[in-house]
Design a protein around this ligand. Structure first.
Ligand code: PRX
Length: 659
């Protein structure tokens, strides 16, 4: 986002940590932070060993910490065994947390229901017993395609209790995307709902599962468990489909957790890369959970008295680490929300913070920017209209937060009393990697500040050498950490090539560009590969291009990103049709048709904002599409560089005019 890059480079404001947080925080002051970083560097094995022993409950203690013999296929705590669900539930049962509220669930229409840890435990056990009774066991794969709900969290934990690997598919993805994931992961079980409700609208889910079956190749799926969310009408396949209420009927409220090896995959989560197909990011059980929990304690400085609220959907990694696993392992009370920030109005988030007395609030810059805009239009939705005095920590995730949005969040939501944690991390990293610490780090708006203890993040050049402060380069992590990605499901070659290219000394390569300032602070500049970030969601340009060319009237397509005030980036598609160049109303109608098509192929989040038609695309003489030039056109900028090496320079003018 060039406008942001410019603004962050002149950003010089620094906000010191608040004394009350410094006093009480687990990591208190910069000296304590530096000491922990030193400790981790001096003896990493000892550092992680102590943390894993203190923070997780093991059924078989580990003796090895890190095994690098098969690098980059690292193993952490490889001879230990535990159960992740037991670490989120059972460990609390003999403590005061047993009767504490685990989840305050608020549905789209504002109805609130709560469950205590003890009740959640019983629900998870019942469903786990129900799933086991259907013949599922450790190592099987389940796709979870559900709305935000207590039930979805129960489903994830029930799988974890049995050692069944889950793959949550965001309920906003189309049946086609769902199908791809079911087939790729080799699911034998699907847990879904009749419908989901968002912003007052009902969206069918079960029918998308049925459509996925019609596409073929889902033969491994024996059962589809359906949660009745709305009572909406659903199609039914006898012998395959069963209601969740029937699956759990009569099942006992106790279920022995199945111990799994520390490295047993807890989940596979698909995310976009630079090729056409999303890849299944595989996470471990012990290392992942340890990292999710430690970041709750270090970054969010979690307290027993907290009411934690992460607004992310469980379909994304943020929902895995900061809705399901992190907050529950930490024994927190958390808010889980079904709906959208703008329904019934743009004050919804603030109203919920006020009613539920939220203390830690974690959301995405896109939501903040949208709510800034909305509150300008409707002042009664402005955060100042609400009592937000319960808040003590604010967090941001998913994309760079521009200094203006940071300042609004800090001043209008936090009333200059709460730190804003700009947390940088990825699906692959499992949990936070670079973030300010509330009781230690001075904050600079627009910078995610410094790496967490144990994380050796750096900015390097193409040969893996550190670049000088102020210079741009690749954001890498030099040493393995417990929460890291363990593999790309079914594609170990892609795992090596994408994340550990040999020319970069075996470092983990994030795919982001960044620079560090003279204080060592990281300023993330965005992706350097063909991945775009729209509203904090990762999308591969190739993925959208493949969807477009799958349409019968499309001959060729190229997709690029353009900076957008609200969504961070917006997709612009350049399309060559198999028919004469359309104009006027016809062009608008075809563009609308193609947007819908992409929505059906991938999901609504992938619909291009803008579709331009041309008779061709700008190409080099060897036939390579010049995306760089398309980015200029998409931004409405004049192309000043020499384009004489293009096969067809005249096309640039045609595409510029077709807006
Ligand atoms: O480009 C970075 C951006 O989001 C990407 C990761 O996306 P995903 O795997 O979907 O995970 C999102 C939630 C962790 C990164 O490669 N990103 C994430 N957080 C930040 C960010 N960019 C800048 N600042 C952040 N705080």
């Amino acid at each position: 986002m060039p406008s942001d890059i410019e603004s962050v480079l002149v950003e010089s404001r620094v906000f010191p940590p608040f004394p009350n947080l410094v006093e009480t925080a687990r990591i208190s002051g910069m000296d304590a932070y530096r000491e922990m970083c030193e400790e981790a560097k001096r003896d990493p094995d000892d550092f992680w060993r102590c943390l894993a022993r203190e923070n997780l409950v093991w059924t078989k203690p580990f003796t090895r910490v890190l095994d690098e013999s098969e690098a980059p296929f690292y193993q952490w705590f490889g001879d230990g065994e535990l159960n992740v669900a037991a670490n989120c539930l059972d460990r609390h049962l003999n403590t005061h947390i047993a009767d504490k509220t685990a989840i305050i669930f608020e549905s789209d229409d504002g109805k609130v229901s709560t469950v205590t840890y003890k009740q959640l435990y019983a629900r998870v056990c019942k469903l786990a017993n129900g799933i086991a009774a259907l013949g599922y066991k450790k190592g099987d794969c389940a796709v979870i395609y559900m709305p935000m709900s207590t039930q979805a969290i129960v489903a994830m934990l029930a799988c974890a209790r049995l050692g069944v690997i889950h793959s949550v598919v965001f309920a906003g993805f189309s049946s086609k995307s769902l199908h791809e994931r079911i087939v790729n992961v080799g699911a034998s079980l699907i847990v879904t709902a009749d419908e989901q409700v968002r912003g007052g609208k009902h969206v069918p889910l079960k029918s998308a599962v049925d459509e996925a079956f019609e596409m073929g190749g889902c033969d491994a799926v024996r059962r589809v468990i359906v949660y009745e969310r709305t009572g909406g009408k659903v199609g039914w396949t006898q012998g395959r489909d069963l209601w969740l209420r029937d699956a759990i009927a009569g099942q006992p409220t106790r279920c022995e957790p199945v111990p799994v090896n520390a490295e047993h995959p807890l989940f596979i989560l698909y995310t976009s890369g630079s090729t056409g197909k999303p890849k299944g990011v595989q996470h471990s059980s012990a290392g992942y959970l340890l990292w999710a929990l430690l970041t709750m304690r270090w970054a969010f400085d979690s307290r027993d008295s907290d009411v934690f609220w992460c607004t992310a959907d469980i379909g994304w990694v943020t929902g895995h680490s900061y809705v399901t696993y992190g907050p529950l392992a930490a024994g927190l009370t958390q808010v889980v929300f079904e709906g959208v920030p703008t329904y019934p109005d743009a004050g919804r988030f603030w109203d919920m913070v006020q009613r539920h007395k939220v203390t830690v609030f974690y959301t995405a810059p896109t939501a903040i920017r949208a709510l800034i805009k909305a509150s300008e239009a409707a002042p009664r939705c402005h955060p100042r209209e609400y009592d937000l005095s319960s808040l003590r920590i604010l967090g941001s995730v998913g994309e760079p937060i521009n200094p203006e949005a940071w300042m609004w969040y800090y001043q209008e939501v936090g009333r200059a009393h709460c730190p804003v944690l700009d947390t940088w991390w990825q699906t692959e990293t499992g949990a936070h990697m670079i973030t300010p610490l509330p009781g230690a780090t001075p904050m600079k708006p627009g910078s995610c500040a410094l790496p967490l203890p144990g994380i050796e993040a750096a900015v390097v050049d193409d040969a893996g050498e550190d670049v000088a402060p102020g210079n741009g380069g690749l954001l890498v992590v030099k040493r393995p950490w417990p929460g890291m990605i363990r593999g790309v499901w079914g594609d170990s070659a892609r795992f090596r090539k994408t994340y550990f290219p040999p020319e970069l000394k075996g470092y983990y390569v994030s795919g982001d560009g960044a620079r560090r300032d003279a204080d060592g602070y990281f300023w993330v500049m965005g992706r350097i590969d063909d991945v775009l970030n729209v509203s904090g969601h990762r999308l591969g340009t190739m993925e959208v291009e493949s969807a477009l060319v799958a349409h019968e009237i499309v001959a060729e397509a190229a997709v690029v990103g353009r900076p957008d005030e609200t969504t961070g980036e917006a997709l612009v598609a350049f399309v060559v049709l198999k028919r004469p160049l359309p104009s006027g109303e016809e062009a608008a109608a075809i563009a609308a048709q193609l947007r819908d098509w992409v929505g059906r192929e991938i999901g609504a989040i992938a619909k291009p904002r803008d579709i331009r038609f041309g008779e061709n695309l700008p190409k080099t003489r060897s036939g390579k599409i010049m995306r760089r030039l398309l980015r200029f056109i998409a931004r409405g900028e004049t192309i000043t560089q020499d384009v004489s090496t293009l096969e067809n320079p005249a096309i640039l003018e045609q595409l510029s005019k077709s807006a």
